[in-house]
Write a protein that binds this ligand. Structure first.
Ligand SMILES: Cc1ncc(COP(=O)(O)O)c(C=O)c1O
Length: 353
């Protein structure tokens, strides 16, 4: 059996997809128990009184073009968070299966696994070598019940790209043994190539992308799962039929117009320059011991006095993320890069009175 299917929970393989109301926009919709009038203030093209198109074709087409994959290899979800949730529900049997993650990393992998009743195998990233991943350690920790191996590149919260050679070694060694999930939420800021061309080489590879970061649409909630068509078909069985709200779909289609993509490239360059400005400012602060190199739109910092950094920044009107609950990051905070005015306000709040 194709490992995409044999690795999946048997109940999911067996489930019959939900049959939603047919999507035939040229016909008058008397088949979905909708109200026939638009609510006040509705500015959407399609009408908020109507259920949205499940897996909207126009959006799939634009995203497939953007990411350079066939349309059959792409599922749109409510952010990559929902894609992580879907993968957990497809692959993890409660009390039996587990995920493997390289820590410290994005918290939703383990959250989604635990909600599903699955365990978490953690392999530490190598702090002494810039938070790099050691493929040998990952492979030594793998066991047959590890169904999902998460590799976040660039990684949140350590901000670094993972070594491409290490990622390739893992894709090769885990081929058919687990779904390798490479999360590229921050890839645009890294100016490195996405690994989407690997999808045709490694059938059990899945890649996560999102419009939340470089496309500035976090509030719209649009993410994509890129994987072999067989995995996309399984995900379509699990995702709720009307997962994507109509205003979100329309906002995403607008953001993916060529003119908007070009404008977002310019903003991306501005942010990268601003990241350098903020890095220099933070390095100059006596509260900060180290600013880690970043391939993302945020900076991981180790503090001399993290309590005071938090206190002063909040008093100055800014909030940064406190990471100290993570045992691997006992003095660390994470700072998102803002506008020049926002960055200046943060830096000013840290200056000695
Ligand atoms: C590494 C990583 N993956 C996924 C997500 C979730 O993004 P989305 O907004 O697409 O759900 C985040 C959000 O911060 C993230 O840092």
């Amino acid at each position: 059996m194709n490992p995409i299917l044999s690795l999946a929970r048997p109940e999911i393989r067996a489930i019959q997809p939900y049959s939603h109301a047919a999507w035939l926009p040229s016909l008058t919709r008397l088949h979905a128990n909708e109200a026939p009038w638009r609510p006040a203030g509705d500015t959407t093209h399609a009408g908020l009184n109507r259920y949205p198109e499940p897996q909207p074709r126009a959006l799939i087409r634009r995203l497939a073009e953007l990411y350079g994959v066939p349309e059959s290899s792409l599922l749109v979800a409510r952010g990559s968070d929902e894609a992580i949730d879907l993968l957990s529900r497809i692959y993890l049997r409660a009390g039996t299966d587990c995920i493997l993650q390289c820590s410290p990393t994005f918290g939703m992998y383990q959250m989604a696994a635990r909600i599903q009743g699955a365990d978490v195998v953690e392999v530490p990233l190598d702090r002494a070598h810039g938070w790099s991943v050691d493929p040998e350690m990952v492979l030594a920790a793998w066991r047959p019940t590890v169904k999902l191996v998460y590799l976040c590149s660039p990684n949140n919260p350590t901000a670094n790209l993972l070594d491409v050679g290490a990622l390739e070694a893992l894709c090769k060694a885990l081929e058919g043994k687990a779904i390798v999930v490479i999360d590229e939420a921050y890839i645009e800021w890294s100016r490195s190539a996405s690994l989407t061309p690997w999808l045709s080489r490694y059938p059990t590879l899945a890649i996560l992308r999102t419009l939340s970061k470089a496309h500035a649409l976090a509030g719209a909630r649009i993410g994509a799962l890129l994987a072999a068509p067989e995995l996309i078909q399984l995900a379509k069985r699990v995702i709720p039929p009307y997962s994507l709200a109509q205003p979100t779909v329309e906002a995403a289609l607008h953001a993916l117009e060529p003119a908007e993509i070009a404008a977002s490239q310019v903003r991306l360059d501005t942010l990268l320059a601003e990241r350098e400005y903020l890095r220099r400012g933070l390095e100059a602060s006596p509260l900060v011991e180290k600013v880690w190199p970043s391939d993302t739109n945020f900076l991981l910092i180790d503090c001399r006095d993290a309590d005071r950094f938090m206190r002063e920044s909040i008093a100055g009107g800014s909030i940064v993320r406190d990471l100290r609950a993570n045992p691997a990051l006992p003095r660390s905070l994470r700072v998102s890069v803002g506008t020049r005015a926002e960055n200046n306000a943060l830096l000013a709040s840290l200056e000695p009175a």
